[in-house]
Design a protein. Structure first.
Length: 557
């Protein structure tokens, strides 16, 4: 691995401005189509259709952003009788201006979704620019199309359009940092004359860090590129110490201000996975599913049996389809790593950056595929490099004429049709961990979910906010309707005596609704631990794909 040759290669790259100026027509065409499709998906259904998506991460970020708007602090509670929860705040803070601009949740949601289209679209352009570093210039327009197409078909990117999540902001901030670091370090101008660009880089680094605490691996990229720069731009030991001290100081400040969140929630997670996750599961999940999903969108959806057994283990099925997919996934990963090795003299910083992050991200088995989307253009580069070497003998036999172009286009078309077919057969329902439905069912499904959750909201909006407390599994109505929550505990009897307390039970998919009765029974059993209560049904709505029921809780005599 030659750091000098890699640095020299990066210094020959076309500037982002020149790339955009030259390929603006392709960007406008593909980006316009991308935006139009997502805008149609957003505005063709009621905002109530997206209510079930407001859960877990998305809800936590929203609560943080809402608290920032209302109090100027990111201290947020999921219920009035709980302590503030620890969670990263930046994904919510970034959207807080939209929460401030609109008072109604539906308008806030629409504004956030539209802004997500812009954010993901900008990220797609930056991804295409990075891929252009290895693709022949005559195919740069195709790199733009592939980038937008991949994000259109990939469910992880689609989720980042429809919901408030951290993946898109993190990907945008990190890829922008890499591009800016390349521009700064490869510039013939002294670093002291690039203060504005360096300040912008610090801001991007801070945003990335506050969005996901693995962001310091960005310094690996900048460090490797800077080491290659030393031959043509010698740096004195004093300046090296100053640079290292400044980087350490910035990270130290960010760590100090986020130490409680890091220790309370995020530091322990990798340790749990390191101790509990089966190492074979970690490697198989990474090589047979997570990495291939960054090359072929929806690859992970093709398995007949969900490989995820539990949080710490995966097990791939024995069906012919699963075996074929596992073999294909391993071949894709092998090609990617082969391309990484073959391109080591050009992409040393990129390789170091990916290798530094993989050990941590691979451990997080359920989220590895989602976390890797921030590294996708680098995986595309490595895979392209490996595949081009492996296919060279075939290309020589075919020649570089029309036959090669026709076969290449046919392969792309075949892959695209396969992915669309897969998406048409399998789609996760909003707010569902298990439920899937065919694309042909989505129109009726959307209508049922929208009507059910719309009616549920209208009922809840009619309750007095000052007296009402809710109990459910999510806490989403705190941000949708402004109603406070109470987590069942020994004080529930007093809460029921002094306030109007309601139990909300709902589901948004046929598969999940099969467990509706069991879910109700579980709630009754949980409440019985803290006293004797009667549950009076005050709202009920049921369809094939969505159900909702509300009970007024009263103390028994």
């Amino acid at each position: 691995m030659s750091l000098t040759s890699s640095y020299e290669f990066h210094c020959t790259l076309e500037s982002p401005r020149a790339f955009v100026r030259r390929e603006w027509q392709a960007i406008a065409a593909f980006g316009g189509g991308f935006a139009a499709i997502f805008l149609f998906a957003i505005f063709s259904v009621s905002p109530a259709y997206y209510y079930p998506r407001l859960r877990t991460d998305s809800l936590g970020y929203y609560l943080k952003g809402l608290a920032f708007v209302q109090t100027g602090s990111t201290t947020a509670r999921s219920a009035i009788n709980t302590n503030p929860f620890t969670y990263v705040s930046m994904p919510g803070v970034l959207r807080s201006p939209l929460m401030l601009a609109f008072s109604d949740f539906d308008s806030q949601l629409r504004a956030i979704q539209v802004s997500n289209i812009l954010l993901v679209g900008l990220t797609a352009i930056m991804y295409a620019y990075v891929v252009s570093w290895i693709v022949p210039r005559k195919w740069h327009w195709l790199a733009i199309g592939v980038s937008f197409g991949f994000m259109l078909l990939n469910p992880e990117w689609a989720a980042n359009v429809f919901a408030l999540l951290a993946d898109a902001p993190y990907a945008a901030a990190t890829i922008a940092f890499l591009i800016l670091a390349t521009k700064v370090l490869c510039s013939p101008r002294p670093l002291r004359e690039q203060r504005l660009a360096i300040a912008a880089g610090i801001i991007l680094f801070a945003v990335a860090f506050l969005t996901r605490f693995i962001a310091p691996v960005l310094l690996v990229y900048a460090g490797v590129l800077a080491m290659g720069r030393r031959k043509s731009h010698p740096v004195s030991p004093v300046n090296l110490v100053v640079a290292a001290t400044a980087a350490t100081l910035i990270i130290g400040i960010l760590l100090v201000f986020n130490w409680h969140t890091i220790v309370g929630r995020y530091l322990i997670q990798p340790l749990y996975f390191l101790l509990r996750a089966e190492k074979r599961s970690v490697m198989m999940n990474l090589l047979a599913s997570a990495i291939p999903s960054q090359i072929i969108p929806d690859f992970q959806l093709g398995f007949a049996q969900d490989p995820l057994v539990d949080t710490y283990h995966v097990r791939f099925g024995n069906s012919v389809r699963d075996l074929v997919l596992v073999t294909t996934g391993l071949a894709i990963s092998a090609t990617m790593f082969f391309g990484m090795w073959r391109s080591r003299n050009r992409f040393a910083p990129e390789i170091a950056y990916v290798v530094a992050a993989l050990p941590v991200l691979a451990l997080m088995i359920p989220s590895t595929g989602r976390y890797l989307i921030a590294y996708e253009p680098l995986f595309w580069i490595f895979f392209y490099s490996g595949a081009s070497v492996l296919l060279t003998p075939i290309a020589r036999r075919m020649g570089t004429g029309p036959r090669a172009a026709v076969i290449g286009f046919a392969l792309m078309l075949f892959t695209g049709v396969g992915v669309v077919y897969l998406r048409s057969r399998i789609a996760h329902a909003p707010g569902s961990e298990t439920g899937k439905l065919a694309i042909g069912e989505t129109r009726g499904y959307a209508s049922e979910v929208s009507s059910t959750y719309g009616a549920l909201r209208r009922f809840l909006d009619g309750l007095p906010r000052s007296r009402t407390l809710l109990i459910d599994a999510t806490g989403r109505w705190k941000v949708i309707s402004g109603l406070d929550y109470y987590r069942p505990d020994s004080g529930l009897v007093v809460a029921v005596r002094n306030r109007d307390v309601y139990l909300v039970v709902d589901c948004a998919n046929q598969g999940d609704c099969y467990r509706f009765a069991a879910q109700e029974a579980q709630y009754r059993k949980r409440l019985a631990k803290y006293g004797s209560f009667s549950l009076e049904p005050v709202f009920s709505r049921a369809t094939e794909h969505a159900r909702a029921r509300i009970y007024r809780i009263s103390n028994n005599p």
